[in-house]
Unconditional design. Sequence first.
Length: 82
Amino acid sequence: SPTETGDLDVFYPDYEEQWSTGFCINARPLPSGRPTYDTMLECCNAKYGGQISGMCLAMLPSPPTASPTETGDLDVFYPDSE
């Protein structure tokens, strides 16, 4: 039978790592009995929620930042001296 190539369409927790530094992957083959999630974020929230290191969230393609950048106009006015 042919062997499938490429990554899986689901993510699962990588139990090869300790919980404190663990993260979710979508590598083949899917280990038997692992829970699967549609997105890496869902997997991180379900299996690594509360992780102090933030490793799982840091592995996301667009990880959240500790200090998000605001967009749009300011809520204050200031003099334009030019």
